[in-house]
Design a protein around this ligand. Structure first.
Ligand SMILES: [Zn+2]
Length: 281
């Protein structure tokens, strides 16, 4: 799933690789997927993209945007983007295949669900994408302690830490995947109501949002995800589907797995103890 560190990594790799190449050929939907979503009619995409040069790649939250001549391709959620040379075989189960003038290619393959959208304008009718382009990224200086406090002021204090961080596009690109280590590194259980967190724990949470996302991005995304060339990300997840059966990396204790707010959450029984309701630490 594309979250902030992966979108950043893939956009950087696209930017280092593709500009200057010209789109020679596009095929959409070679392997139809029930949960592949498009903007308008994907049968029109080949005409919108073919013969245009790749100009620029950038990331906004969990979205990757590729500017192709006058058009743009925006890829979101569970889409794996892959690039290879003319000698490499592209993944056959793809919903987007774009071949360049040098024979190299870019594919997009939807996993659970994902969006592959080509437009000739700025996709401003999509509130999720627009929000991601407008809100400050945790990787930038604009996302500072004062901004984090302003986000806290806007919510009901009964909201849980997970709901605060990873819902309502409050912090675009911070999804259920990166959430696990953000909370583990601040010692907070995903269900803890924000009102139970005192000033110093909220400071820890803010620091963890900034530092964890920076680390994941600088290391090329999480090890549960693949980059543009099919390599696993360099950030070793502390808590994820890969590690939750192992002992806690801090205390050696048990990691528990629970379903909570549309996704599995992992937490250490002792490092992220859930305080009894009513306690105000
Ligand atoms: Zn622990």
């Amino acid at each position: 799933m594309l979250e902030l560190p992966e979108a950043q990594t893939i956009a950087r790799q696209l930017q280092e690789t593709l500009p200057g190449r010209v789109v020679a050929h596009v095929k959409m939907n070679a392997h139809p997927h029930k949960f592949a979503f498009y903007h308008g009619d994907p049968d029109l995409y080949p005409d919108m993209l073919t013969s245009s040069p790749i100009l620029q790649a950038e990331a906004h939250g969990g979205h990757v945007k590729l500017t192709v001549g006058p058009a743009q391709l925006v890829v979101s959620d569970g889409v794996n983007l892959r690039h290879g040379s003319r000698d490499e075989r592209p993944p056959s189960k793809n919903q987007l295949y774009m071949e360049f003038n040098d024979g190299s290619w870019l594919t997009g393959s939807v996993q659970m669900y994902g969006f592959l959208r080509v437009t000739s304008d700025d996709l401003l009718d999509d509130p999720y994408y627009r929000t991601a382009t407008e809100k400050p990224s945790p990787l930038t200086a604009a996302f500072d302690a004062a901004y984090f406090e302003s986000l806290l002021r806007e919510i009901k204090p009964s909201l849980s830490a997970k709901a605060f961080l990873a819902t309502e596009q409050r912090i675009p690109g911070l999804g259920n995947g990166v959430l696990q280590d953000v909370l583990f590194r601040s010692g907070i259980h995903p269900r803890t109501p924000v009102r139970q967190l005192g000033a110093s724990r909220l400071d820890n949470l803010y620091a963890s949002v900034k530092e964890t996302l920076r680390l994941m991005t600088d290391q090329g995304g999480r090890d549960t995800e693949k980059d543009l060339f099919g390599s696993q990300g360099g950030y070793m997840t502390l808590l994820s589907s890969k590690t939750y059966k192992d002992p806690c990396p801090e205390c050696g204790g048990t990691i528990r797995k629970e379903a909570y707010l549309g996704g599995s959450v992992y937490s250490c029984v002792s490092c992220q103890a859930l305080e009894p309701v009513g306690s105000t630490l």
